[in-house]
Design a protein. Sequence first.
Length: 339
Amino acid sequence: MRGLAVLVLAASVVAPAQPLLEVFDKAVAALSRGDYASAESGFQEILKTAPNHVDSLLNLGVVYSRTGRIDQAIAVYQRALAVKPHHHSVLLNLGLAYMRKQSYAEALPVFQRLVAEDPASLPTHDIHLLFPLCDGFRKQERTEEDRRRLEAFLAALPPAAASLVRCKFQYISGLLEEAARQCRQAVELDPHFAGAHLELARVLVDQHDSEAPGVLTAAIRENPTDPEALYDLGVVLSKEGRLAEAERYFERSRSVNPGFWGAYFQLGKLRLQSNQPVQAAALLQKAVELNPASFSLFYELARALAAAGRTEEAARAIQKVRELMAVDLAVDSNALRKK
C-alpha cells in the first residue's frame, strides 16, 4: 500500500501544570526525531497525571505503531476515541492501524465514520489509501452482508473516488473494458482527482490503445513529480521505440524516487541497447540491490556484465537467476499441490 503512514500530530496540550506542557513538548520533539523511547516515556508520564489527555494518547499510539506494537496502538487510539468520539485524527490513525494489522473488517467502519462526518477528508481523496482498504475488505468478505457494507461505503464516497476504486477492481480482474469505462468516468467526474489519469493510462496501455501516452502526459501535468506516472510514460515511449524521450522520463522518475528499482532497470536496459555495458551494469546492480528477489533483474545484469567483459561476475549473476527461478518453480509446485 504506497504512502500510508500513521500521522504525527504535535498539538497543544492542556495540562494541569506548566511542567507537563514542557514534558509534552519534549516528547513530541523526541517523536519527530525518531527517539521513540524518550517519546514514549514522556507521553506515559503525562498520562499518569492526565489519563484522558487525547493528544498524549494519540501520539503514544504513533510511537506504538512506528515500533511495530500495533495492538497497543489500537488500544490507546480506542481510549482516545472514548474521550473524543469525533476526533478526526484519532479516527484516521485508528483506521490506519487496523489496516496495518490487515483487520479490514474493523478498518472499514472507522473510515466510514470519517467519510460520514467529513466528506472532504483525506481518505476520500487518496486512492493509495482507499484501494488497499476496499480491496483488503473485499478479499476477506464472506457474506452478502459484507458485500453490501462495501457497496455502502463506496456509495458514500465522492463519485469519482468510487469509480476509481471500481476501475482498479476491474483492472486486477483482467476486465479491461469495464476498467476503462470506470476510469474514464472518474476522470469525467473529477478531472483533477489525484491518480485518475494514471489509472486510466495503465488500462489503456494494456489495451494497446494509442491514447495511452496522451493520458499519461495529462497525469504528469496534474502531478509533475509523480514517479509512477513518469515511469509508466517512459515504458510506453520505450515500447514505441522513442528511446531518448523514454530515458528522460526514467531519469525524472529516478530523481523523484531514488528508491524505486524500476527506473534503474529500465535505464540499464537502455544503456545496454546503446552499447554502454559499463554504465548498464552499474544501473542494473543498483536495481538488484533494491529488488533482490527478481531473476529478470539478475538476468539483465548478467548480460551487461558479460558485455563489459566481467565474466566471473556475470556467471555469479546467472547462478542467482537459476536459484531464484528454482524458488519460483517450487512455490508454483506447492500451490498446485494445494489445489
